[in-house]
Design a protein around this ligand. Structure first.
Ligand code: TXA
Ligand code: MG
Length: 363
């Protein structure tokens, strides 16, 4: 049976984490909140714990884990070298939603790195994650606490949906503020490269260290293999088929109405993933009652859209949606990470509705 323990931010003394610490030391898994998404934690030095993580998630063994540390923890043994640009990044963005890839140290097993010679390290800023790590004083490997292939969990309830009966303890610290997994940045080569976009954006990184590249392998149509093994798997996917509509909003609206009508006509349970501004536009404010509507938030507040995205995708599953139509979003700032997750959820299905060509082209 899985126990859920509420952890209040005002009450984070070490004894609150006694049970979690004992479980981690014993090679068991503890789910905990971070500022990005909930993680499935195991002691990084416990072979048993690591095996249990891969089992609980149903995760491919070549997909490496991120090691989580606390402010003041030593990196000695975890990594073998601190590349020049990493110092400034750690100073500016740790603790926070930035994962750095280093050459691995002798304490890191190949079970953690999926056989690679590099290791991912992250120092979360969420008060509960920080207090847990400080209390147990163990480096903790933690993938997102979802079943492999499902949207990442942003509440303890989501973790329970996927992990009930599979893990002994979930620490409930409320909803995650950011809602998208951390930015993963490889600093092992001269030219730092983003392997997974997140809330720490390319522009933010460039302000600190200059030029930062984006892994060409994560682009939709790319034939290159992504450098982060996790990015090559189908991911974040709702059970229904999601199609994104991209283009001038008035054209998107018209096409959306056409697609929804068609889908309902075929007898599909249909979903709409839209922004607040557009809600009153569709069907002149009268969206057919049979349609499940999920509002991501305002286009003026992309952070809010990020925070709501995975919950919305999970709700379409609960509603049993078979066909889902969603608005594409601007790709600047955190929009890059939002669109990265949305495109994966849509398995690359984007319908471009472009007035210039007058043609609709499916990717
Ligand atoms: O925000 C987050 O990072 C969350 C919370 C729980 O901290 N964790 C998370 O872990 O998203 P996970 O396992 O779901 O995703 C880790 C990503 C995967 O895409 C994995 O392939 C990549 O990081 N990764 C880990 N180690 C790597 C390495 N040595 N080289 C390249 N990519 C690596
Ligand atoms: Mg994940």
């Amino acid at each position: 049976d899985t126990k859920v323990t509420k952890v209040e931010e005002g009450r984070l003394e070490a004894t609150v984490f006694d049970e979690a610490t004992a479980l981690l030391r014993g090679g068991q898994i503890v789910a905990f909140p971070t500022e990005t998404v909930y993680g499935l934690g195991a002691w990084a030095m416990s072979e048993e714990g690591i095996t249990r993580i891969y089992e609980a998630k149903g995760r491919p063994a070549d997909n490496p884990l991120i090691v989580h540390i606390w402010p003041g923890a030593t990196l000695e043994g975890l990594i073998s070298e601190i590349p020049a640009c990493a110092e400034a990044l750690m100073e500016r963005f740790w603790p926070g939603p930035l994962t750095l890839i280093f050459p691995k140290g002798p304490l890191i097993s190949k079970a953690i790195t999926g056989g690679l010679d590099t290791v991912a390290i992250r120092m979360p800023s969420h008060p509960v994650a920080k207090a847990l790590l400080e209390a147990c004083r163990l480096p903790v490997v933690a993938p997102s606490a979802n079943t492999s292939g499902r949207p990442s969990p942003t509440t303890a309830q989501h973790v329970k949906e996927d992990m009930a009966g599979r893990i002994p303890l979930i620490l409930d610290g409320g909803p995650c503020a950011i809602g998208l997994e951390s930015t993963v940045l490889d600093v092992t080569s001269d030219k730092p490269m983003i392997l997974r976009p997140g809330a720490v954006t390319r522009e933010m990184l460039q302000q600190v260290i200059g030029d930062v590249r984006m892994d060409p392998g994560i682009a939709l149509k790319s034939s290159a293999v992504p450098k982060a093994p996790g990015m090559k798997y189908k991911h974040y996917a709702p059970k229904g088929e999601l199609i994104l509509l991209e283009g001038p909003l008035e054209r998107v609206r018209a096409m959306m109405e056409e697609k929804v009508a068609e889908s309902i006509g075929k007898g599909y349970k249909t979903g709409l993933l839209i922004t607040a501004e557009m809600q009153a536009q569709y069907f002149q404010g009268h969206i057919p009652a049979a349609v499940q509507v999920e509002i991501l938030g305002s286009r003026k507040q992309p952070d809010q859209i990020a925070a709501n995205l995975f919950r919305a995708l999970r709700r379409f599953d609960e509603g049993g949606c078979q066909a889902i139509y969603g608005e594409a979003l601007p790709r600047d700032g955190v929009g890059e990470a939002i669109m990265n997750r949305l495109c994966k959820a849509a398995a690359g299905r984007i319908l471009h509705v472009d007035t210039a060509t007058g043609k609709d082209e499916e990717e």
